[in-house]
Design a protein around this ligand. Structure first.
Ligand code: T46
Length: 138
């Protein structure tokens, strides 16, 4: 699977210990036009989130605190990414199954999307997902 992990530029003032800053804005840092932001927090360690694909939406996922694993699956290959830094951003494109696991205590997963929430944009059944992938093969 192509590499979907990006490093975000972090701004640090080396002359002080005032921390770091990352900004994302239209045309910079995000490979699409953002329309919606949501975040997931307080997830129990054993819990799984996601487990679906989208017909049209792109999502940029950033674990801004703590860490979690995200497995992206194109129906043939699965790759698991450890998001353990606010400088790492993972792109989940349409027709890619996403599964979020191993949330550490206190972790916060930020998600930036290029679409408004639409329940019809979700493929929540894995068998249906595989069938759709198969039907859309060249
Ligand atoms: C994803 C993972 C990381 C809304 O009303 N608006 C929204 O924008 C969202 C994201 C959710 N909701 C409602 C719909 C459900 O009643 O919040 C409830 C939980 O959403 P969902 O079951 O979709 O949660 P997850 O963890 O399965 O998935 C969410 C995102 O939907 C998904 O795109 O990648 O977080």
């Amino acid at each position: 699977m192509e590499n979907n992990l990006f490093n975000l530029e972090s701004y640090n003032d080396e002359d002080c210990s005032c921390g770091s800053l990352i900004f994302l804005q239209k045309g910079s840092g995000i490979p699409f036009e953002m329309k919606r932001i949501f975040y997931i927090y307080d997830v129990d360690l054993k819990q799984i989130r996601g487990e679906h694909a989208h017909y049209n939406s792109n999502q940029l996922l950033i674990c801004i605190h703590g860490s979690c694993d995200i497995t992206l699956d194109n129906g043939t290959n699965k790759t698991t990414y450890r998001l353990n830094s606010p400088t790492k951003a993972l792109l989940q494109k349409p027709f890619i199954w996403g599964k979020m696991t191993n949330f550490t205590k206190g972790s916060i997963l930020l998600c930036i999307s290029d679409s408004l929430y639409d329940t019809d944009d979700y493929i929540r059944d894995y068998e249906k997902f595989l069938k759709l992938i198969d039907e859309n093969k060249d």
